[in-house]
Design a protein around this ligand. Structure first.
Ligand code: HEC
Length: 136
């Protein structure tokens, strides 16, 4: 910073023909160092935050997806859509359907798809089925 980088960054210090005193340069360097470290700390906090499991009773996605796969068979979806929701000659594959699309189809039915009431498949069960379908 004091001397600059020939051809790329001008020299900033007064001794080298620049506009800043050594004192000012030290201030700027201190500022950049501090700024760097708070930024780093923030990144570290963020990284730590994502690796800690969310403090809820909702099962982690993998568990929900496994439960969803079991429910998919238990509720009869698999009979038409296939055990892995890969589709059969009775019903299409369910590739990456969002939870809301899935909810709408299951509650309303349509075409060859029978509607399921909340007594047959609860919203919670559907949500697990959705995480299974979403993660295929
Ligand atoms: C009796 C057979 C049958 C059963 C049981 C069944 N489905 Fe379906 N499903 C179908 C058929 C046939 C379609 C295609 C309807 C159409 O496109 O007109 C369909 C369509 C769908 C769609 C929309 C697919 C798309 O890409 O448009 C979703 C989502 C779906 N079913 C989810 C489920 C879930 C979840 C279950 C279990 C709760 C289930 N289905 C049970 C036959 C079935």
């Amino acid at each position: 910073m004091t001397r600059g980088i020939p051809g790329r960054m001008p020299a900033w210090s007064e001794e080298e023909g620049g506009t800043l005193t050594g004192h000012q340069i030290r201030h700027i360097v201190d500022f950049i160092k501090n700024w760097d470290s708070t930024l780093l700390e923030e990144l570290e906090r963020e990284a730590a935050g994502t690796s800690t499991p969310p403090p809820t009773t909702v099962p982690p996605p993998d568990e929900a997806a496994a439960a969803g796969r079991a429910l998919f068979a238990a509720k009869g979806c698999a009979a038409c859509h296939g055990a892995g929701a890969e589709g059969t000659n009775l019903a299409p594959a369910l590739l990456g359907h969002s939870e809301s699309t899935l909810m709408k189809w299951v509650r309303e039915g349509g075409g060859g798809m029978p509607p399921f009431s909340i007594d047959q498949v609860s919203d919670e069960e559907l949500s697990k089925i959705a995480s299974f379908v979403e993660r295929r």
